[in-house]
Design a protein around this ligand. Structure first.
Ligand code: ADP
Ligand code: DP6
Ligand code: CO
Length: 357
């Protein structure tokens, strides 16, 4: 019997408040603009991944996601495997006692504890966990910056899931992507009263994947160029200042405006891409009402490439923000049931309503 080498890890989703949407190099996943995300451990949406390798395994590398075999022949997954194997080879070249793991077939087993491909950043948590699990298996130095550069090649947003808290992704300018990687803006502890509530409007797989959606946007939207070259660079600065100063009003306003801008470029794509639905728009109106009642911005919505809302707020406003949504969802004639919405942790309700619809 050959030995089985194994390592496990978890990685959280990250939800962008300044969105990545557009690639200048699709092969290396190099973006047309920088982006910024927030990861809050309280929400606990994460991927758990185990990587193992053994001479006793079938020759082909394999990936089991939520119990289903996945195709690993795609260029993105292959790029991650290739880069990690090259780093392992360096370890083996330096230390003749190190077992020869780089040449062994890999078996990856991964579970997401939240809906996959539904606009809740599964590709981010998924590729961050995949890269770190293999790095642990290969006993590579766990430098998150270096791992973020590799994870980026699996899925762009994954580079931001190797850090916690407030994380930027610098678009970079090098053609080989060496300067396109994540950096920490501030740890979560910098703004400890920040909270998010996640409204799972639908757990269904999106019709248009992020990868293909952004390609069509870049090719056809006339709004896209000014978003990438003017709007986002200005907002990246505003957002970093807002986070440094713990200025929720600016943080919230820029978050909502960037989500609107991103979804506007989707609508401006030809053929148009509709990620938001009626329940998403009702959530936007509800946040507007909450802010109007408070006389200031105390809640901020954002939507990735899907209908599910993430609403940021400060703990002191829990009742006025999360409380309002939780009450609405508890009401059987309200948003739960036929309109298909649930709070995180209970997304089966949304999935059920969706399949019954
Ligand atoms: P999302 O909005 O969930 O990020 P994407 O369209 O960006 O949706 O990506 C979804 C794809 O990411 C899945 O179809 C799958 O290929 C990949 N993915 C999701 N979770 C994992 C995981 N845990 N491990 C590896 N790949 C994953
Ligand atoms: C709307 O990182 O999923 O969530 O690089 O093609 O895998 P690929 O795309 P992906 O795109 C994420 C888009 C977004 C915004 C964001 O997370 O910044
Ligand atoms: Co994604």
């Amino acid at each position: 019997m050959s030995e089985i080498y194994r390592a496990s890890t978890t990685a959280p989703v990250n939800i962008a408040v300044i969105k990545y949407w557009g690639k200048r190099d699709a092969k290396l996943n190099l973006p047309t603009n920088s982006s910024l995300s927030v990861t809050l451990s309280q929400n606990d949406l994460r991927t758990h991944t185990t990587a193992s390798c053994s001479a006793s395994y079938p020759a082909e590398d394999s990936l089991l996601l939520n119990g289903k075999p996945q195709d690993v022949s795609g260029a993105r997954t292959q790029a991650c495997f290739r880069e990690l194997r090259a780093l392992r080879k360096e370890v083996e070249a330096k230390d003749s006692n190190a077992p020869k793991l780089a040449d062994l077939p890999l078996k990856i087993v991964s579970e997401n504890n939240f809906p996959t491909a539904a606009g809740l950043a599964s590709s981010a948590a998924g590729f961050a966990a995949l890269v770190r699990a293999i790095a642990n298996l290969y006993e590579l130095p766990a430098d998150p910056t270096e791992l973020s550069r590799i994870a980026r090649q699996g899925s762009g947003s994954a580079c931001r899931s190797l850090f916690g808290g407030y994380v930027g992704w610098e678009q970079g300018s090098a053609t080989d992507g060496s300067d396109s990687k994540a950096f920490e803006v501030a740890p979560a502890s910098h703004w400890p009263n920040m909270r998010a509530v996640i409204l799972v409007v639908s757990a269904a797989k999106k019709d248009v994947s992020s990868t293909s959606g952004m390609q069509t946007t870049v090719a056809t939207s006339s709004l896209f160029a000014s978003r990438a070259s003017e709007t986002v660079p200005r907002r990246m600065k505003e957002m970093q200042d807002a986070i440094k100063n713990k200025d929720f009003e600016t943080f919230g306003k820029v978050t909502m405006m960037d989500s609107n801008s991103f979804h506007a470029t989707c609508l401006d794509t030809y053929p148009p891409i509709f990620y938001l639905n009626d329940v998403s728009r009702a959530a936007i109106k509800m946040v507007e009402q909450i802010n109007t009642a408070a006389g200031k911005i105390i809640a901020a919505y954002t939507f990735d490439a899907g209908p599910n809302a993430v609403i940021y707020y400060l703990e002191e406003n829990e009742k006025q923000v999360a409380g309002v949504f939780k009450t609405l969802l508890a009401d059987k004639d309200g948003w739960s049931g036929e309109r298909g919405a649930a709070i995180e942790g209970n997304y089966e309700a949304a999935e059920k309503a969706n399949t019954e619809a």
